[in-house]
Design a protein around this ligand. Structure first.
Ligand code: ARG
Length: 592
């Protein structure tokens, strides 16, 4: 476990305030709730506390005066952890930590390596992400859920949660009746699916998509096709052999394409449980909702209403033609997941437009008594946008993810070649690094923002060696690695001792003051379900390291002791950059 500096400071502050009360400097009162936080503004110390503001409110005193008393006693009593404490307006106590504490923590990072910041929480999470629809190519629209979900899962696993990943494939509903109609008409003709399995297997997802889209146009001229499609879907529901075979092949073809994307993206989702999986449970679900008194007839349909104070509009349990609904399938999914895994937490990552749907589903789960003790969270993401609107999914155009990733890799290669960073690379190595940088760039562009925000998709921003980008962080990591290689640095070597407190430059201290925050940044990303905290930390660290590197030489340091210290700093920086990238699902290249 990393030393909990914040906890140490809290204890020091509590002891100080208690002494001041005993001495009569402060009036007697309870110790109020207070914060120990990282001040936003630069030059404001490493930590700040609001305790004096809270005390002043209780005692009707001056916050600044109270802060002054606390600051001077803190500094006097805790010189081993506090270098300087001061009162600042309107009444905060700002604290500069002693460098030896930072150094100690740097050594912890070197000692623990990849494990630094990890925990063993031992709880269980079910997390659903990606969830594309079959017979449609994997569009850019499903990229966000795929990578945000995977990153959140990585973070929770790092904290010692057991995570169960679910791909809730869209593989059920009337569209598949349409698809079967078209496959019968244009591919199979009079022949049966069983005789033509190979032809079906050789279809691509694009073929399936074209067939599905062609239905709409053809049905305009032949309205009776609608009836035919309805019939095929109801055959599918009843387990008709022909319908089933065609649907299964279409599903397989789609899954193969999706798997190709997951491989490119380093994404693993071990349970593929599509909407079809829940089909056989739906009647039972509707029965249970009725029995518990939450179902209501409405114009021939069956709906579920929610208590007024929840302010949630009713949801459809069964349509008037008897067809099942998206809502009921998600109720089944919720009940199944809670029974099957008894998780402590259940997360679903989808587009923001499904926020109301999941409020309905989660509220229903609570009313039905299925989710006691489970924290339910919907993580909703915004849209991709670009200046020319090209990536707007609202226009309904599918942008093929594979094309986007290919473009990312080839653009990364051009960028890296132009920058002259890989002159001695073989063609194969160039290709490998370009893939790491290109795909990492697309991921970082997304994960460096809060999920709910819309994302601007601009190649100039995504592939940029200087900016807020994966390439910049990866490049900094590779720089650190190269310095260490040149120095024959061994991680196990006895490094600069934690007592080296003199002669630490401002740039070095800036790095030290950030390193120790990593464990709390990971916790924040987990509790707020947003990986962007980790991305910002990595960017900040890379910037601080480069600011240091621009002013100081590691290998040409004047004194041996100084060189050792800078190497340790470099190693710790590399370690945390790698840990961050790894949590985000981005690779860290050794050379670049
Ligand atoms: N397949 C759906 C879509 O593409 C997303 C599924 C979301 N998950 C769920 N449990 N409903 O929009």
């Amino acid at each position: 476990m990393a030393t909990n500096i914040v906890q140490e400071l809290r204890t020091a502050i509590t002891n100080t305030v208690t002494s001041l009360m005993e001495e009569g400097v402060l009036g007697q009162s309870e110790i109020p709730d207070f914060t120990v936080h990282y001040p936003e503004a630069k030059g404001r110390g490493d930590f700040a506390s609001n305790i004096s503001l809270r005390l002043a409110r209780e005692m009707n005193g001056s916050a600044l005066e109270i802060a002054g008393a606390i600051a001077s006693l803190l500094q006097k009593n805790f010189p081993h952890i506090i270098e300087k404490a001061e009162a600042v307006s309107p009444g905060f106590v700002n604290i500069a930590l002693s460098s030896s504490l930072f150094l100690q923590e740097m050594h912890e990072i070197l000692r623990q390596g990849d494990a630094y910041g990890s925990q063993h929480i031992g709880k269980t999470m079910v997390i659903e992400y990606s969830s594309p629809n079959i017979a449609k190519s994997f569009g850019i629209g499903h990229l966000r859920s795929t990578i945000i979900g995977q990153a959140l899962r990585n973070v929770y696993e790092f904290l010692g949660w057991k995570c169960i990943g679910i791909n809730h494939l869209g593989d059920w509903g009337t569209p598949y009746g349409k698809l079967i109609t078209q496959i019968k008409k244009h591919i199979l003709g009079e022949q049966s699916a069983a005789q033509n399995k190979n032809i079906l297997k050789n279809l691509s997802v694009q073929d399936l998509e074209r067939l599905y889209v062609s239905f709409g146009k053809e049905a305009e001229e032949n309205p009776e096709m609608q009836e035919e499609a309805r019939l095929w879907f109801s055959k599918l529901e009843q387990g008709d052999h022909e319908a089933r075979l065609i649907w299964e092949e279409a599903r397989e073809v789609s899954l193969r394409e999706f798997q190709r994307m997951y491989d490119l993206l380093d994404v693993r989702i071990e349970n593929v449980m599509g909407e079809s999986f829940y089909e056989k449970m739906l009647a039972d679900i509707v029965e249970e909702v009725k029995e518990k008194g939450f179902a209501k007839e409405s114009q021939g349909a069956l709906i579920m209403e929610f208590p007024e104070e929840k302010g949630i509009s009713p949801a459809m349990l069964r349509k008037s033609d008897g067809a099942s609904t998206y809502f009921t399938r998600d109720l089944a999914a919720l009940r199944y997941r809670s029974n099957q895994w008894s998780p402590n937490m259940l997360v679903v990552e989808t587009g923001m437009e499904q926020a109301l749907h999941f409020r309905q589903v989660f509220c229903a789960g609570m009313l039905l008594g299925w989710t006691e003790g489970i924290t339910l969270s919907h993580v909703g993401h915004g849209l991709y946008r670009s200046q020319d609107g090209k990536f707007s999914t609202r226009e309904g155009k599918t942008i093929h993810l594979e094309k986007v990733l290919e473009e990312a890799v080839s653009r990364a290669k051009i960028m890296l070649e132009a920058s002259g960073t890989m002159p001695d690379f073989t063609e194969e190595e160039k290709q490998e690094v370009s893939a790491i940088v290109g795909i990492g760039g697309v991921k970082y562009n997304d994960l460096s923002q809060h999920p709910k925000k819309d994302i601007v998709f601009s190649w100039d921003k995504i592939l940029n060696l200087k900016g807020d980008s994966a390439a910049y962080i990866q490049y900094t990591y590779a720089r650190c690695e190269s310095i260490m290689k040149k120095s024959n640095f061994l991680a196990t070597r006895d490094l600069a001792k934690p007592d080296k407190t003199q002669d630490i430059s401002e740039e070095e201290r800036n790095i030290l003051a950030l390193l120790h925050r990593f464990p709390s940044v990971v916790e924040q990303a987990a509790s707020q379900l947003s990986p962007h905290f980790i991305a910002s930390f990595a960017l900040d660290l890379a910037r601080r390291y480069n600011a240091f590197y621009a002013n100081h030489s590691v290998l040409q340091a004047e004194k041996e002791e100084e060189k050792e210290f800078r190497l340790a700093l470099t190693k710790a920086t590399a370690q945390l950059l790698k840990s961050c990238l790894c949590l985000l699902g981005i690779q860290a290249p050794e050379r670049m």
